[in-house]
Design a protein around this ligand. Structure first.
Ligand SMILES: C[S@@+](CC[C@H](N)C(=O)[O-])C[C@H]1O[C@@H](n2cnc3c(N)ncnc32)[C@H](O)[C@@H]1O
Length: 362
C-alpha cells in the first residue's frame, strides 16, 4: 500500500508496521532535529519498520546517510526499498538494536528508539553507542503500565510505583525519565530532558545526554517520591527516598505514594520554540498546535484536575480556565497541561487553588 506522509512516499509492505496517526509525532521529531541537530549529525533509527522516520529526517531535516536498522526481515526490506525510492542514501541493516549496539563500535549524535510497547530493554544498550551531547528520542506505548493500570508490571519493568489517578500520565512520563536517568548514570551520563510529550497511547522523550560523573550523580539525585491525597487532591513531592509519611497535611486522609520518579525540568523551552519555528516550515498543522500547547505549559511538577477538586468540595462544575484566571489575578502562574483534561499547573499552593475554585463558582 502506497502512503504519502509530508515529504515522503512509502510503500507499506505486508507485516510491516506503519501507524498514520503518528504522523504529527514524526513531524515534531523531524522539526526538533531540523532546529537542534548540528550539521553532519550521525543518526541511528533503531526501529525503522518502513523507514519513514529516517527518510523524513533525511529529506526534511538534512540528516545525511542515516543508519536505519530493524530486526524484522520484512521491515528491513521495506526500509531498503523505501529509502531507495525516496532517493535517500542510507545504511540499512537487518539486525537487532541490542546486537548492533554491542558490535557496531560507533557512537551516534542522535538515536531514535520507537519499539512496540516498552523501550526498557533497549535503554541500557543505547548508552554503549552514546557520547557527550547525544540526543535520545524514545517512544513508550506501554502506557497502561506507566500510568498505573498494571502497577506490578511497572515495578517489575521500571523499578517504580506508578500513580493511578489524574496524575498518572505525568507520573508515567517522570517514571520513564527516571528509568533513563538510572541507566545513564551507570555509564557516567547525566540526562537533560529537552521535550516530553504525552498524547493518545504514547509517551515520547527527547533527552540530551551529558557525560561526567557529577552530571550522572546530579541526574539520579533528581529522582524522588510523589504523594497525593485521593480525598482533597492535595499533592506534594520530595527528592530522594526518605520516608515522607502518608497522612494528608490538608485533610488528614491517607495518601497514595508513587516513585521514584524524575522531579526536575521536563522541557527546554528555548529548544521547543526553535522546533516550533521549524514545524511551521514542515507544514503539519496538527503537530504545530500540539507544540504550541506544550510551549505554553508551565514546567513544574504535577497538576490539579478542576473536576476532581470540585467533586472533593461537593461543588458544581467550574471551568478550569476561570480558575486559572483567578490564580493569575492573584499573582500566581497557571497554565493548561497536556497531561490531563480540564486541569491546570500552577505554583499556587493547594489552599489557594481551592479558594480560586470556590471564587469561580460565585
Ligand atoms: C512501532 S514500530 C516502529 C515504527 C516506526 N518508527 C515509525 O515511525 O513508523 C517498531 C519496529 O521496531 C522493530 N523492533 C522491535 N524491537 C527491536 C529491536 N530490539 N531491535 C531492532 N528492531 C526492533 C520492530 O520489528 C518494528 O518494525
Amino acid at each position: 500500500m502506497k502512503i504519502n506522509e509530508l515529504s515522503a512516499e512509502i510503500n507499506v509492505g505486508k507485516g510491516v508496521f506503519y501507524n498514520p496517526k503518528m504522523h504529527s509525532l514524526r513531524s515534531i521529531s523531524t522539526a526538533f532535529l531540523k532546529a537542534n541537530a548540528p550539521k553532519g549529525s550521525r543518526l541511528l533509527d533503531a526501529t525503522s519498520a518502513t523507514g519513514i522516520r529516517g527518510i523524513r529526517y533525511a529529506i526534511e531535516a538534512g540528516i545525511k546517510n542515516p543508519v536505519l536498522i530493524d530486526m524484522n526481515k520484512e521491515a528491513y526490506e521495506s526500509t531498503l526499498s523505501n529509502a531507495d525510492a525516496n532517493g535517500i542514501k542510507a545504511d540499512v541493516r537487518n539486525v537487532s538494536f541490542q546486537e548492533f549496539a554491542n558490535t557496531s563500535g560507533e557512537r551516534f549524535d542522535v538515536i531514535d528508539i520507537d519499539p512496540f510497547g516498552t523501550p526498557a530493554p533497549l535503554i541500557y544498550d543505547a548508552f554503549k553507542i552514546s557520547k557527550d551531547g547525544t540526543l535520545l528520542m524514545i517512544t513508550a506505548t506501554d502506557t497502561a503500565v506507566l500510568h498505573g493500570a498494571h502497577a506490578n508490571a511497572c515495578m517489575k519493568i521500571y523499578g517504580a510505583v506508578p500513580m493511578h489517578t489524574e496524575l498518572c500520565k505525568e507520573a508515567g512520563a517522570r517514571i520513564l525519565l527516571g528509568f533513563v536517568a538510572r541507566n545513564a548514570s551507570q555509564f557516567n551520563y547525566g540526562i537533560e530532558p529537552l521535550l516530553t510529550i504525552s498524547d493518545m497511547h504514547y509517551l515520547r522523550l527527547f533527552i540530551k545526554v551529558n557525560h561526567g560523573a557529577a552530571k550522572a550523580l546530579a541526574s539520579v539525585k533528581s529522582l524522588g517520591i510523589l504523594r497525593q491525597c485521593l480525598s482533597c487532591r492535595y499533592f506534594d513531592y520530595k527528592y530522594g527516598i526518605s520516608c515522607i509519611g502518608s497522612d494528608c497535611p490538608s485533610c488528614g486522609s491517607k495518601m497514595s505514594v508513587a516513585g521514584q520518579l524524575w522531579l526536575n525540568r521536563m522541557h527546554d523551552k528555548g529548544r521547543i520554540g526553535d522546533a516550533s519555528k521549524a514545524l511551521a516550515q514542515i507544514g503539519d498543522d496538527e503537530a504545530a498546535k500540539q507544540m504550541q500547547a506544550i510551549e505554553k505549559e508551565l514546567d513544574i511538577p504535577f497538576l490539579y484536575s478542576i473536576p476532581k477538586l470540585t467533586r472533593s468540595i461537593k461543588s458544581g462544575s467550574v471551568s478550569h480556565k476561570r480558575v486559572m484566571g483567578f490564580l493569575l489575578k492573584s499573582g500566581y502562574s497557571a497554565s493548561e497541561t497536556q497531561f490531563w483534561k480540564d486541569s491546570i499547573k500552577t505554583d499556587a499552593p493547594h489552599s489557594e487553588v481551592l479558594s480560586a475554585v470556590k471564587q469561580s463558582r460565585e
